[in-house]
Design a protein around this ligand. Structure first.
Ligand SMILES: [Zn+2]
Length: 73
């Protein structure tokens, strides 16, 4: 699971990181760019590219299993 924080003040987004790293990046961004504002923003969670690739591979294997099963009958 990856987390990406969006800055409410300027639309800055952190890279997709794990929750602790992404939050730290957001706090650093606020400290550097918006020191007068309390850190806020929105968090976007999602699977990384690795998760997508894994899901695609699973779907491909499932399709192969179906094809093999169809040929056996
Ligand atoms: Zn910002």
């Amino acid at each position: 699971m990856t987390h990406r924080y969006w800055c409410d003040e300027c639309g800055h987004r952190t890279p997709r990181l794990d929750a602790a790293d992404a939050e730290r990046r957001l706090l650093e961004h606020y400290a550097a760019h918006h020191p007068e504002v309390a850190p806020g923003g929105q968090v976007e969670t999602g699977r990384g590219l690795g998760g997508c690739a894994c899901l695609g591979l699973t779907a491909l294997l499932l399709l192969l299993a179906v094809v093999v099963a169809a040929y056996r009958h």
